[in-house]
Design a protein around this ligand. Structure first.
Ligand SMILES: Nc1ncnc2c1ncn2[C@@H]1O[C@H](COP(=O)(O)OP(=O)(O)OP(=O)(O)O)[C@@H](O)[C@H]1O
Length: 271
């Protein structure tokens, strides 16, 4: 699906490469988190994946086609991008119009368009504010408007830059439910995050970028737990992982499964 091949990137007027020798393959429907220190090159890599930047050397391919050869419309219908600051991607005076805008280039019937808008409003919990101005909404709702726009277009891959930012617990739960639906419908996701608990809960694969190089690639349990796999970094382990390690019980990504293991440990100790 998305492929970076021996990629090098350097920002203009700088003397060092920001990204070096990166080769990564993301398959259809895979949900991948991109972690690493500030300045590691994560946002730069996401922009290359979106075709907004061109590599100095190497290639970025989407389904076998060079990203640089795709038209803006092809990119917009196949790739959904959520930027860190959603205000920058909201332009219309109502939530409904904002969602409709992205659908106009799809050449779908009016009926299908209305259905997609209704579905996006429902799955993103925005039905009550469909006619509100997006910028009048709270931070969580505002971010969810941008998510609803992506949802309606149904791209093949989502590129998300710090998606959990701005969400309170309620909206984060709604967003995570939406992410789970994307997984079920086979949409690939590449998401930058500094929130490692969020990563552990929602992603099956983690890429760790350090100073522009890929230093680890594997399951959250493997990448976020073992300091020896990430020699250049001080990533803190997610809370459940740290607790599992401290109590010497089996790793789990969800609080419910973790609690079951913990209960079993307690029963064993009482016997
Ligand atoms: N427009 C630009 N021009 C020149 N250098 C840039 C530009 N944007 C980013 N950089 C540099 O590229 C490097 C990687 O930045 P990038 O934003 O990709 O890192 P990041 O891993 O996303 O960091 P953060 O976690 O802080 O968002 C940094 O050294 C940054 O200063």
């Amino acid at each position: 699906m998305l492929r970076f091949e021996n990629l090098y990137f350097r920002w203009p007027n700088t003397i060092q490469d920001t990204l070096t020798q990166l080769s990564i393959k993301i398959t259809a429907g895979e949900q991948v988190a991109l972690v690493g220190d500030n300045g590691a090159g994560k946002s730069t890599l996401l922009r290359l994946a979106a075709g907004l930047l061109q590599p100095r050397q190497g290639q970025v391919q989407l389904n076998g086609d060079l990203i640089s050869k795709l038209s803006a419309t092809q990119r917009a219908t196949q790739i959904g991008i959520l930027f860190q600051e959603v205000e920058k991607q909201v332009f219309h005076s109502s939530v409904k119009q904002e969602i409709a805008f992205g659908l106009k280039r799809l050449k779908i019937s009016k009926q299908e368009m209305n259905q997609r808008i209704a579905d996006a409003l429902e799955i993103c919990h925005l039905e009550d504010v469909a006619d509100h101005h997006p910028l009048d909404l709270n931070a969580g709702q505002k971010r969810m408007v941008a998510v609803a726009c992506l949802s309606a277009v149904r791209p093949k891959i989502l590129l998300l830059d710090e998606p959990s930012r701005d969400f309170d617990t309620l909206w984060l739960t709604r967003f995570e439910n939406w992410l789970a639906v994307q997984k079920d419908i086979g949409c690939a996701v590449l998401a930058i995050s500094h929130d490692l608990d969020f990563v552990a809960r929602n992603f099956q694969r983690v890429l760790h970028l350090s100073a522009g190089k890929l230093i680890a690639d594997g399951s959250p349990e493997k990448i976020l737990c073992h300091a020896d796999l990430q020699p250049d970094s001080l990533l803190p382990a997610p809370t459940l992982y740290s607790l599992s390690h401290a109590l010497n019980i089996q790793l789990e990504n969800t609080p419910e499964h973790w609690a079951n293991n913990f209960a079993r440990l307690n029963q064993r100790d009482q016997r």
